[in-house]
Design a protein around this ligand. Sequence first.
Ligand code: SF4
Ligand code: SF4
Length: 283
Amino acid sequence: MQVTILSGKGGTGKTTIAVGIAETIENSIKIDCDVDAANMYLYYKGNEIKKESFYSGKIAEINLDKCIKCGKCVRNCKFEVIKDYKVDSLKCEGCGVCKLVCPVGAIEMSDNHIADIIEEKLDTGYLIRADMEIGADGSGRLITKLRNKAKNNDEVIIIDGSPGIGCPVIASITNTDLCLVVTEPTLSGLNDLERVLELINSFKIKVLVCINKYDINLNMTENIENYCRENNIEIIGLIPYDDIVTKSINDLKPIILYETSQAGIEIKKIAEKIFKIYKEEYL
Ligand code: SF4
Ligand code: SF4
């Protein structure tokens, strides 16, 4: 079973909820597909069991022992990323023009390392994540690679999806059983929710919604509830504002481990409902 937790934008509490849901199940596999802001791992003291490099495209490198400083590469690089006969690896587009124009073969194109894919054994299952190079962007191909690391259908897999509606999000939801969209009661929260629901619906994946901090703006919560009702989308939970969430983020401890947390109690109920729906519809 695979559940992807999404939000239309960052900062809605998506990871808090994803970790909370994951911790209600013994030995769940957690996949952090929010690779540009990966922070699931902060909640766990895992032991690294596997690490592999992930490459995307090429970058140019100048061999200064061969370079005769003719300046042809500098003049022909449309992206202006060669300065003092050094290529800025963070900005090189890998087009290869510099290599073509170099008269002495001083330029080599090498694989562009953009991340390490890390698998960790946790006390409560496994975590699969990417450790990105500075300046690198998460791609759909990287997300797919992360997800392919956990292909056992017997396991419960909780995916912390990428925010937004771009290619990494599509890779986060493809072939998932169920999506939970986290939103907040603001106008931008509703706009972002509409966009991400449109995307999920185009993939015909079962979708549920929860409103985080619903009680900070009850009028907007009602608007979101009306919108979901009109579009036949189930709101599976209303999570109240709770100071203990801030404490759990500071302590790096899953919110459901705080017994008095009202947010944690609601997240546990959401997890129970998700698994009930999954059993009713898929088993
Ligand atoms: S590969 Fe293209 S972008 Fe990179 S340095 Fe060469 S010409 Fe510039
Ligand atoms: S084109 Fe080749 S030889 Fe000329 S400056 Fe660039 S690397 Fe050096």
